[in-house]
Design a protein around this ligand. Structure first.
Ligand SMILES: [Zn+2]
Length: 142
């Protein structure tokens, strides 16, 4: 499957916003991430699986490295669940997430319903860099 021009163009613009050089592999992954104009949450594995369906073959190692580079450039936000599973969000604003335990997937939770009244003071010589709110969900019997 070939990635259409519109998606590739969106991906290229997204890369240029962060000053990243639009290499072929970066454009492929960027168009899979933001090509349809919707925010998404991916893991390296899910993005690798999506890229395997395109004509541009990208290795899993390249997917990992590219996701890291996109995070460092501020294009993605990393959310870690269970201390080991990393999810990458194209929406880099502060917002809470639902983590679905049965499917190990991450979705956005309504921001307007979240209220954090007070955070503990950061220890001496430190400041809070970000707050991740992940609400774990278990399905109930319908
Ligand atoms: Zn999100």
């Amino acid at each position: 499957m070939q990635i259409d021009q519109v998606k590739q163009r969106r991906g290229t613009v997204w890369l240029s916003q962060a000053g990243l050089r639009p290499t072929r592999q970066r454009v492929t992954l960027a168009s899979l991430l933001v090509g349809d104009g919707h925010d998404r949450h991916v893991t390296a594995e899910s993005l690798f699986a999506a890229s395997a369906e395109t004509d541009a073959k990208v290795s899993l190692a390249t997917v990992y490295n590219t996701l890291r580079a996109f995070c460092e450039a501020g294009l993605l936000r990393e959310i870690t669940v269970d201390g080991s599973k990393s999810y990458f969000d194209t929406n880099t604003s502060n917002h809470p997430h639902f983590y679905w335990e049965d499917t190990a997937s991450l979705t956005d939770a309504p921001t307007d319903q979240l209220e954090i009244c007070r955070l503990p003071d950061a220890p001496e010589g430190a400041e809070i860099s970000k707050v991740d709110v992940v609400i774990r969900l278990r399905r109930t019997q319908a």
